[in-house]
Design a binder for this molecule. Sequence first.
Ligand code: S3P
Length: 427
Amino acid sequence: MDRTIHPINRLSGSITPPGDKSISHRALMMGAIGNGTTTIIHCSPGKDIKSTQNCLKQLGIIIESEGEKIHVHGRGMRGLFPPQQALDAGNSGTTMRLLSGILAAQPFESTITGDTSLSKRPMNRIVDPLRQMHAQIDPRNGSYAPLHIHGGQLSSITYRTPVPSAQIKSAILLAGLYANGTTSVIEPSLSRDHTERMLPCFGIEVNRDCLEVSVEGPAQLQSADISVPGDISSAAFFIIAASLIGHSNLLLKNVGINPTRKGILDVLENMGGQISYQNKRESNNEPIADLLIKSSKLYGVSIEGILIPKVIDEIPLIAIAATQAKGKTMVRDAKELRVKETDRITSVATNLKKMGVKIDVFDDGFALTGPQKLHGTVIDSYGDHRIAMSFAIAGLIAEGKTTIQNAECAEISYPGFFETLEKMIDD
Ligand code: S3P
């Protein structure tokens, strides 16, 4: 389905973004292997989360919806059933990688598949450490989905991840809950730490020493009541739109501001953005706030090094913001973008060039000097939710009309994104 976007003058009102996708995956999986019923409030409605729910249902977990709440009837660490068919992670890397950590320890065989995009993404990054834990996993062609997993007893390890990745870290920590002894993960820089923050809610002690995090196995998870903060990665589209579009004044309510996720706010403030944090609070060890965003004049910045994992999913949006910022914006050390739902360096650069932007592309990032005019055109989302939504924001500040092809992929993380956008437009 195509969506047409026209330029606008102002964004105003308030938005409560959908529940955080990363936190929702973790709450569902931990709930499934916990003892008793876990209740999740404000779970992400995205298709990726439906993929996790469907996989868990195939593993014998009963999941019930009751209004705003989801009840996950946990079966304990060893209570999952062997699946009758292959588990389908759809487009979701988090589903495939985290669930593999759990499946590797089950006393049964399973297969986990994904869509075309997920089947092209590297799985050796979890297969290698899980094999070091004595897991039996066979990926297609050495590194790709489907993964055939012959579950069994795992051994604990200390693993240095070659890239900062919360999916690798979490797969190993979840597997470590089943191994005897201490399982540790050491990252080159800190990736999102939702797993570490959530495990204690399920009664599990987590130890952190700088970039090393560890759990003790074998562990028993309890059940928990989890209230999921709004997804900062979904809020980000409106945060950037309100910053770029003159006279905007937008309130984003109940947004997760975990320091390992709020890179977009830090970058925007460095660019000259106006963000006011209101009503700061905490839920299940996750910090939350309401964010008031006012439009402002932006300046180019450099984004690299340890900041990259904190802003990795928002870099396509930063590229859009950079076109309107005065001076040079440069993103480096972001090679991970090449193995996301699409190669996001290529998808961003190709679409920006189509809109008339001059951009230099590197193996690990890009640079562009603003301000540059955007010209409305036909944008290929390449089926990548964050590309579709980022270029919808570009369409709001472009000259003429912008058509986003395959816009329905926004439902991966943000069902109703385009409807919310329409409601916020205040001409
Ligand atoms: C996620 C981790 C990140 C992120 C993805 C969600 C998670 O991926 O890009 O959207 O929930 O753990 P990596 O772990 O590959 O960096």
